[in-house]
Design a protein around this ligand. Structure first.
Ligand code: HEM
Length: 167
């Protein structure tokens, strides 16, 4: 009996640590996000076969944002990603090059003739100084961007920004 009560308590606790999925659809982007345990799980879809990107907690334009740039390689069909940091209002650099770490997990990625959709997770608090802790109940400035090419050094030809809440 004690074992059953213990298991029920664990199940209730893990359910309370997962949020309902939220969604926005704007300017050719579809974003879904939810927390689960110590992670934020994100599905990003955009009307492109090039790179797509998600940024969170920007302070001014792109500065200070934790940015994940993702793409499905046109040759291999494999979903790829890099963890970057908004190093300036109009610039970003790889966390690795800044002395930090790559903190994400790509869960799946698909590309059609017109769209790319990638599901990935990031830690709510990676401990890396080039990512910022995300707290449930707080709102952060979200950045979405994309380009027609897989070349991630090229600037976006589509972008969108708004505040979102992490629940
Ligand atoms: C070579 C790479 C990049 C360059 C040179 C660049 C440059 C810029 C510039 C100059 C702006 C001001 C508006 C404009 O001219 O379009 C801007 C805004 C913006 N950028 Fe980037 N960007 C780059 C990559 C990225 C990436 C990877 C993201 C990731 C999500 C991103 C998201 C945004 C967003 C959402 C805005 C609008 C912000 C707002 O209105 O608050 N950019 N960027």
């Amino acid at each position: 009996m004690k074992k059953i009560l213990f298991l029920m308590a664990i199940l209730c606790l893990s359910a309370s640590m997962a949020s309902a999925q939220q969604m926005l659809e704007k300017d050719g982007f579809v974003l879904k996000w939810e927390t689960s345990g110590d992670k934020l799980i994100v599905t990003l879809k955009a009307e492109t076969t090039g790179w797509i990107a998600f940024g969170i907690d920007a302070e001014s334009i792109m500065k200070g944002a934790n940015i994940i740039i993702l793409w499905v390689d046109d040759k291999t069909g494999i979903a790829m990603a890099e963890d970057h940091f908004g190093s300036g209002r109009f610039a970003h650099k790889s966390d690795m090059k800044l002395g930090g770490s790559q903190d994400f997990q790509v869960l799946s990625g698909t590309q059609t003739e017109t769209n790319t959709e990638i599901i990935f997770s990031i830690p709510l608090d990676s401990g890396d100084e080039y990512d910022k802790p995300l707290v449930r109940g707080q709102s952060y400035r979200l950045l979405l961007a994309s380009n027609n090419s897989d070349n991630i050094s090229w600037k976006h030809n589509n972008k969108y920004a708004q505040e979102i809440e992490i629940r």
